[in-house]
Design a protein around this ligand. Structure first.
Ligand SMILES: NC(=O)C1=CN([C@@H]2O[C@H](COP(=O)(O)OP(=O)(O)OC[C@H]3O[C@@H](n4cnc5c(N)ncnc54)[C@H](OP(=O)(O)O)[C@@H]3O)[C@@H](O)[C@H]2O)C=CC1
Ligand SMILES: CC(=O)N[C@@H](CCC(=O)OP(=O)(O)O)C(=O)O
Length: 348
């Protein structure tokens, strides 16, 4: 059994990790931290876990965490980089759901996240946990930087086109919308029912911190000498709880028929258990992935003109965070990658 701890067990990604880890046959949960609620039984805060989890929240104590095989950090940006170096020295493996180790360009990280980075050497060592690109490196990694939610939906939607050099990489446009759980479990006025229901709006149109992560990931899959991927990214807030819908626009380099594009995607993801390329004419819905680790993708070429539109949906808390983190864990520990992640989406 893998001895696992979760630092930050009271946020939405923390409790989603719990939901998925309690039935996992190879995991023994040993610690779930919350400084604010230390001592309180986990199932008292989350009654959905009554009968599944008998632990109480505890302080994030390095000695206790160091006794685990694997520690998940489901904490705000800046927390993992302070605590991970000591755990790594003591041989613990770490999967970080925050953005602390996602960017190789530390100056860019500091600019976008508004704080100085205290462990740049670990950012250089971390493996970006997108299994569809980095499966082999994930298997041998001690530290995984789990991708952000928008970056997961957007990269999976564009990777086949950029690998093939099929689109004008310098002019990519991503319009994406997220459910409110993407903003975490903090009280914020814009997330009140009265503000966010029956409403729809963009935010961070002038620049969102996921932009450098998206571009970094896309540039890594491009052939040498290609025009580096450059993205206009505008996120939106949806009046729903879970789900991301990304609509991705790219100009085709040459006159590739929709059928050829469809085959390109089907070939690229043929062996991927968590990417579903839907038949031509489909419009993927967020509810088709709710609670599941699946990314569903469909393609269109409106009026047969030179723009290819990719629609990509994920559950921000699942493939966009906690379920993807468990997919990484399965790969790191040599387990069946799908273990604990095979349930279909919740309907309705
Ligand atoms: N929500 C989403 O869809 C996604 C979120 N993420 C990322 O996952 C991370 C977790 O997000 P989310 O679940 O929304 O929760 P929050 O960002 O609200 O994190 C809250 C958790 O972190 C703990 N925490 C806060 N500060 C510290 C600290 N200094 N030391 C130890 N624990 C601390 C809190 O417990 P306490 O204060 O009681 O100790 C709480 O359990 C974030 O970095 C987020 O950006 C990534 C992808 C998607
Ligand atoms: C709706 C909403 O507010 N979404 C969040 C997404 C954050 C996230 O999930 O990712 P990180 O781990 O990179 O912070 C946002 O736009 O900030």
């Amino acid at each position: 059994m893998i001895k696992v701890a979760i630092v930050g067990g009271t946020g939405y990604t923390g409790v989603e990790l719990l939901r998925l880890l309690v039935p996992h046959p190879e995991v023994e949960l040993t610690a779930i931290t919350s400084r604010a609620l230390a001592g309180k039984p986990v199932a008292e805060l989350f009654p959905s876990l009554r009968g599944h989890c008998n632990l109480a929240f505890c302080e994030p104590d390095t000695e206790q965490l160091a006794g685990c095989d694997l520690v998940f950090f489901a904490t705000p940006h800046g927390v993992a980089q302070a605590q991970v170096p000591e755990l790594m020295r003591r041989g613990v493996r770490v999967i970080d759901l925050s953005a602390d180790f996602r960017l190789q360009d530390i100056a860019a990280w500091e600019r976008w996240y508004g704080q100085s980075h205290t462990a740049p050497e670990l950012a250089a060592q971390a493996v970006y946990g997108l299994p569809e690109v980095n499966r082999d490196q994930i298997a041998g990694a001690q530290l995984i930087a789990c991708p952000g939610c928008y970056p997961t939906a957007i990269q999976l939607g564009w990777i086949p086109l950029l690998e093939a050099g099929a689109v004008e990489a310098g002019q990519l446009i991503a319009s994406a919308a997220s459910g409110a759980s993407g903003a975490g479990r903090q009280g914020k006025t814009e997330l009140l029912l009265a503000e966010n229901s029956d409403n729809f709006r963009a935010y961070a149109a002038a620049g969102h911190r996921h932009l450098p992560e998206i571009e970094q990931g896309l540039r890594r899959v491009q052939a040498e000498g290609s025009t580096p991927a450059s993205v206009t990214f505008v996120p939106h807030l949806l009046p729903m709880i879970r789900g991301i819908h990304a609509t991705l626009y790219a100009r085709l380099q040459s006159d590739l028929e929709l059928q050829a594009l469809q085959e390109l995607f089907e070939r690229r993801y043929a062996d991927e258990p968590f990417v579903d390329v839907m038949p031509p004419g489909s419009h993927p819905q967020t509810r088709s992935v709710r609670g599941s680790n699946m990314c569903r993708i469909a393609l269109a070429r409106p009026d047969n003109r030179d723009t290819v539109v990719v629609m990509s949906v994920i559950d921000n808390l699942a493939k966009g965070a906690s379920a993807q983190a468990i997919q990484n864990m399965n790969i790191m520990f040599g387990l069946n990658e799908k273990l604990g992640l095979e349930s279909p989406a919740l309907l309705p």
